[in-house]
Design a protein around this ligand. Sequence first.
Ligand SMILES: [Fe+2]
Length: 338
Amino acid sequence: MENRILIVDDEKTIYSVIARRLAMEGYSCAMAINGREALGYFSKNNCSLIISDIRMPEMNGLELLKNVKAVRPDMMFIIMTAYPEIDMAVEAIRLGANDFIIKPVDLELMVFSVKKVLERKRMEEEIETHHKNLEKLVEERTSKLREALLVLKKTHLDSVKVLAGAIDAKDPYTRGHSDRVRKMSMKIGMKLSFTKERLENLFFGALLHDIGKIGIRDEVLQKKGQLTPEEYQYVQQHPLIGVKIIEGIDFFKDKISMIRNHHEHFDGGGYPDGLMGETIPLEARIIAVSDAFDAMTSLRPHRKAMPVEDVILEMEKGKGRQFDPQVLEIFLNEKIYQ
Ligand SMILES: [Fe+2]
């Protein structure tokens, strides 16, 4: 059944001779006397090869070939042609025939051609199966890797959140500060059409901008009342302490500038580097705006929380001084703080 060969010829004797010879090789054959009958057989039965004459009544071999290849491009097809019509054999090959046999048929050459064509079909099928298996394997591996990456990212995010929690825990007055700064900074980044990758960096940079506070003594951070100038100077070291904490970790390399420079002022009056204008990384300028807003609206040891309207007025005064005017405009106009 698997290697059934359909022989299409209007002369029954040719069919008998060919079928008998192919039976000796273990093939079973079916017969059709023209293209139309062959198509009928082909649509209802399985066969792996068609051997067809060219000149036949009703539907000739070339038309049959076209019809068969249109439905089953992988169907093997050998055309039989008399020597004077050799140009038709060329046309048949162009249409997708796999081989041609010159009439009168040399049976040994025919057997050779049939074996060659069927072997090729077998190999093509094997390659196809192999490809499918390979695709399936790659798909399975990819989805497993994807799952593993998700778990890894989630675990990673969890540990960073724990770290951010630790920063806020050092300073009870700023509970939730890191996460609020993260949220507002992300909104600004989105308004600035940051790429997904840049937003992800900003996510972690903003969440950890105050990580250096872990290294500041509690009695200073939690001091009730104004800080002395020395204490104030000491607290101002937190961006550089933050850099020291994370600089050895590969993942944080592209977040270093956000941690180091989130207290720079647009006019150059900030710390620790006194950077000015656009030499301050944009992400750090974004965090500076969100950070200042959240600091002013939060209760602090030495002062009460300010009402939002007052904070907005205060921030407007800092436009171009403490804050990047473009970032501040987005923050206020788009009501990022809401
Ligand atoms: Fe800070």
